[in-house]
Design a protein around this ligand. Structure first.
Ligand code: ADP
Ligand code: MG
Length: 228
């Protein structure tokens, strides 16, 4: 693997007495499409929060593009997050009062991109997810699948090093979910590095790499010679 865009070394996470992650080692290279799969309660969302620097690990190392997040202050971590990481969540989290285009453009608010460039890049990102014709619709006028496409465009618009998607098809019917999965494949073929968190084994098997999580541990990684 070339220099990893994301690297976790012996990551442990505990909430008080409750230990959730027990020593996670994971390297993800540029251009990968990875499924992190495991049953509900296995620690997947906690892992995503730590990979995305939304939470700090109790111990262990998180490196984004080679930079150890623990060495950065909160402000610098927020900058790394804004520049290098795009998030997609099961619940979409779109602003109801804003159009699709505005929601996508907001993905660059913290990256210091001037307004006109934000609009142009948001227009391009909506094109990439096949939603140009809905640019001026508000979320209430969009289907679930369209909302998730907007959220994916928002995650991609700043061209982050990595996109983290937590159960991106969890609120969608299976046909719509399948179209979102093929969109993720297309975006990956276009160069995006994507990690998809899912409890769905069939969905995971459609990804080139599967990392299986159980009770806060990686129990299988299809790309690692040996993880245990
Ligand atoms: P998954 O996404 O795989 O369903 P989570 O990462 O959401 O799993 O949760 C894993 C375990 O960690 C669960 O038992 C959950 O109750 C616990 N957990 C998650 N977040 C917290 C928290 N903030 N405080 C205490 N326990 C938590
Ligand atoms: Mg979860």
């Amino acid at each position: 693997m070339s220099e990893p865009v994301l690297e976790l070394v012996n990551v442990v996470k505990a909430y008080g007495e409750v230990s959730v992650l027990h020593g996670i080692d994971l390297r993800v290279g540029a251009g990968e499409l990875v499924a992190v799969v495991g049953p509900s309660g296995s620690g997947k969302s906690t892992l995503l929060h730590i990979m995305g620097t939304l939470e700090r690990p109790t111990s262990g190392v998180v490196r984004i593009n080679g930079v150890d997040a623990a060495r950065l202050g909160d402000r610098q971590v927020a900058d790394v997050r804004a520049r290098d990481i795009g998030f997609v969540f099961q619940q979409f989290f779109l602003a109801a009062h804003a159009t699709a285009l505005e929601n996508v453009a907001d993905g660059m608010l913290y990256a210091g991109v001037p307004a006109r460039a934000r609009c142009r890049r948001a227009t391009e990102a909506l094109e990439r997810v096949g939603l140009s014709h809905r640019a001026h619709f508000k979320p209430a006028k969009l289907s679930g699948g369209e909302r998730q496409r907007v959220a994916i465009a928002r995650a991609l618009v700043g061209r982050p090093a990595i996109v983290l998607a937590d159960e991106p098809t969890g609120n969608l019917d299976s046909a719509t979910g399948a179209s979102i999965v093929s969109l993720l494949h297309e975006l990956n073929a276009g160069g995006a590095t994507i990690i998809v968190i899912t409890h769905d084994h069939d969905l995971a098997l459609e990804m080139p790499r599967q990392v299986q999580v159980l009770d806060g541990r990686i129990v299988r990684d299809s790309h690692a010679a040996s993880v245990l």
